[in-house]
Design a protein around this ligand. Structure first.
Ligand SMILES: C[S@@+](CC[C@H](N)C(=O)[O-])C[C@H]1O[C@@H](n2cnc3c(N)ncnc32)[C@H](O)[C@@H]1O
Length: 290
């Protein structure tokens, strides 16, 4: 194939890729442009292969003729792998340092409400791990603290599982034996989260890209979610998390990601190795607490 023909083929593919992204945005409201192109292309390749197709143009035609394919595509776009107490050292630091500091601050300010957001919570493992950590620290009589841990995700199927709160033996492998008996009931081959923990959590569908801004949180976890986002979206998201936190609130970004953009000036690292930051400057607060 001549160099010119190869270049034409590539530019056609690039153009078809852009057209396909517009079509997905128009039909499903899913904005591929906020993710890294390499990520979107990898996920599209899975669907092209599954349908024996070789071009974005043919795949766009398929989406037009078979809207059910969109369900498969949306599933392919979300990587929902999660674990209880994922990255043990992050949770160790959270339990031993962040929670005590947060509680001390709340007592000093005579505040009773503690709001935590697990953004991109998948099937709830992270959200429940946070709630268990809080319960462990405060005990059965949490001194009248009102704790709420909000798990949000874009993926409806994951949220159904999160709300159910039932996990296999393999899925709870990271949960300590004492926590397993304290916070789970073994029933019909599954470990079900006990009501005392379920009562602390709330799950809601929310798109971090197009959803309403949330606010008034003391801690935000957002781990293994924005790795797939574009640089511009990263910067916007980290700024939005900063706005969503109360002053002195904690941002748990985790070990695999770094802070981007203007938010770098508004957070101080509490433990950079574990990806834990604290907001030290007040920013504008959006008026939409969930
Ligand atoms: C790999 S999981 C991470 C789960 C959990 N945070 C953890 O670290 O174990 C990534 C989650 O991010 C969610 N996600 C991806 N894009 C999102 C978006 N725009 N808004 C909300 N959630 C999103 C996916 O549906 C998926 O459940």
């Amino acid at each position: 194939m001549s160099k010119i023909m190869t270049e034409n083929l590539i530019s056609n593919q690039d153009r078809d890729f852009e057209v396909l992204k517009c079509q997905i945005l128009k039909d499903k409201g899913f904005d591929c442009n906020q993710y890294r192109d390499t990520y979107i292309k990898r996920r599209l390749t899975i669907r092209l292969r599954a349908n024996n197709l070789y071009s974005y143009r043919d795949y766009a035609k398929l989406l037009n003729s078979d809207p059910m394919e969109y369900n498969e595509l949306m599933t392919a776009f979300t990587i929902t792998v999660s674990e209880f107490f994922r990255d043990a050292s992050v949770f160790d630091y959270f339990r031993k340092n962040v929670i005590p500091s947060l509680i001390q601050d709340k007592r000093r300010k005579k505040q009773k409400i503690i709001r935590i957001w697990s953004a991109g919570c998948a099937s709830g493992e992270e959200t429940y791990s946070i709630a268990i950590s809080m319960y462990d620290f405060l005990g059965a009589t949490p001194e009248n603290f009102i704790i709420s841990v909000h798990g949000t995700d874009i993926d409806g199927a994951s949220l159904v599982k999160a709300k159910k709160g039932e996990y296999t033996f393999e899925e709870v492998k990271n949960v300590r034996a004492d926590s397993l008996s304290q916070y789970f009931v073994f029933d019909q081959g599954k470990y079900r989260v006990r009501d005392k923990i379920k009562g602390l959590v709330k799950f809601e569908k929310h798109d971090l890209i197009s959803g309403k801004p949330l606010a008034h949180f003391d801690v935000i976890f957002c781990r293994n979610v924005s790795i797939y986002f574009s640089r511009a979206m990263h910067e916007r998201l980290h700024m939005e998390f900063c706005n969503a936190l109360n002053t002195d609130g904690f941002f748990v970004l985790g070990k695999t990601e770094m802070l981007y953009g203007a938010a770098r000036k508004l957070f101080k690292p509490v433990n950079a190795k574990e990806g834990i930051y604290q907001k030290f400057k007040q920013t504008s607060i959006h008026p939409h607490p969930i």
